[in-house]
Ligand binder design. Structure first.
Ligand SMILES: [Zn+2]
Length: 105
């Protein structure tokens, strides 16, 4: 079975940083939810918003098609708002232009 487009273009590793930022976002969210009554945990809320924004920005800028130079994550999210990670990780061609990318050796 041929490797997916993301792996063949050598860009799968570019999703590691956004994935780590997502974990930080979830940790900040959990800390925010654990606030005691009367304790606003403003720091946790700020951290949550900061990490959520960085995660979204990191994801949006992470993967670019080597053929058409377009950013493909925003396009993948628009095409499949819920299942886009699965669709992108398994795609056999660029979601933006359909370029098949380099072949496996
Ligand atoms: Zn493309």
């Amino acid at each position: 079975m041929a490797r997916p487009w993301l792996a063949r273009t050598g860009q799968r590793g570019r999703l590691v940083t956004p994935a780590l930022l997502l974990l930080a976002t979830l940790a900040a969210f959990a800390r925010m939810l654990s606030a005691e009554p009367g304790d606003p945990r403003r720091g946790a809320a700020v951290a949550f918003l900061l990490f959520a924004g960085l995660t979204a920005l990191g994801l949006a800028l992470s993967v670019r098609c080597p053929a058409c130079r377009r950013l493909v994550v925003p396009r993948a999210v628009r095409a499949a708002p819920v299942t886009w990670p699965v669709a992108l990780l398994g795609a056999d061609r660029c979601p933006a232009c359909g370029d098949p990318g380099p072949r496996d050796a």
